[in-house]
Design a protein around this ligand. Sequence first.
Ligand code: PMP
Length: 429
Amino acid sequence: EGHTHIGPEAVVAKRRRYGYPCTAHFYSEPPQIVSGKLHNLYGHDGKAYVDFFSGVSVVACGHCNEAITARTIEQLQTLQHTSTIYLTQPMVDLAERLANGVLPGNLKRTFFVNSGSEANEGALLAARLHTKRRSFLALEYGLHGRTFLTMNVTGIPMWRTDDFLDQEVTTFIPRPYDPVMDQEAASRRSLDALANVLAEKGDTIAAMIVEPIQGNGGMIVPPDWYFRELKAMLEEHGILLIADEIQTGCGRTGRMFAIEHYGIVPDILTMAKALGNGVPIGAFCTTDEIAASLIRPSASTFGGNPVSSATALAVLDYIEQEGLVERSLRVGGRLIEGLRELQGRYGLIADVRGKGFMAGAEIRGATDEESAAWTDIILERMKDEGFIIGKNGVGRNVLAFQPAMIIPEEEIEAMLRALDQVLAGLSQS
Ligand code: PMP
């Protein structure tokens, strides 16, 4: 093995001493994860966990999946890096692959970067250059990254690290969800607010950036008509739509991209996370026309590097060969159905939302503090039972289920049984 594991206490101590103070984790006793295999993670003490979070949608084809890592390793041993100002094939093969059969509609051109934030940054820049306008629209409680510009369009306060943002850059629109409102009504209110903003200053806005399904905002799935109407309204004012598919993309929701559930094609689409299955990569993709506005595209040192590109090609092959998009819809649907069954039996679960393998169960106690506290207790107990699940939502009270798209059905049943037991234990206490 060649590497000794220092143990979770020592890792926490090092983090406290040498990391930034802001680092956070979910558990009172966080496990030190030392290896992973497909849907399993292993702690330093050998304890196995079934991973229902995939590092927030990243490892969508499973940990250390040999069908993918074999090609990463082959590329690592052949050509690891050279500037993209020289000619390398994996990057152009990947761009071609995305254009022919992966991306929807007329999205045919891709610029590769290294993270989700950087992909959105590039998309926002492309929108500015193309429209020659400077402002943006975004949804409340959206999350788009941690660079300056992407923080400016991020609507979740806890993710906006800098309190001195350029507030005039972005106008936030209420999202198509409100905990105390019917969702159709909340969605209508969202578009009414959008109409007012457009009437006032539509011709100053370059783009609107949205997550088709808000991830960190708590798994918010807008109604079927929402994005179709929104897109038409933006088009009337020459405003581009950027779909942030960083958490939803590459098959997770049961379509290759979640915006496809809504029957529209965005002007720019961004992805990252699952495209590399754990190897860093990001991309923003657009039309011939919009791409033509990026006239000085300075090369990115690592964007489109051979290792990330070869890995992403392997990821796309694997998703296709294994039919994982269709599987996400079908088997993910069973996960959501199972959560709804639990909702019917336990008052603590106030709502179940999601599509495919992007599912959330909102926990609601008597107060917001209680809701967050119950959520943490459930996460802890599920970890003790051997299941890693996530958490998100504005009040940090939504259990998040985003397993690898290869998760065996019996593991879903086992997780639902464990959750049933944990909830039963809480109802008695
Ligand atoms: N957009 C969305 C929807 C995300 O979920 C995230 C990361 N959680 C980002 C953007 C930022 O991506 P990254 O952390 O790779 O910069």
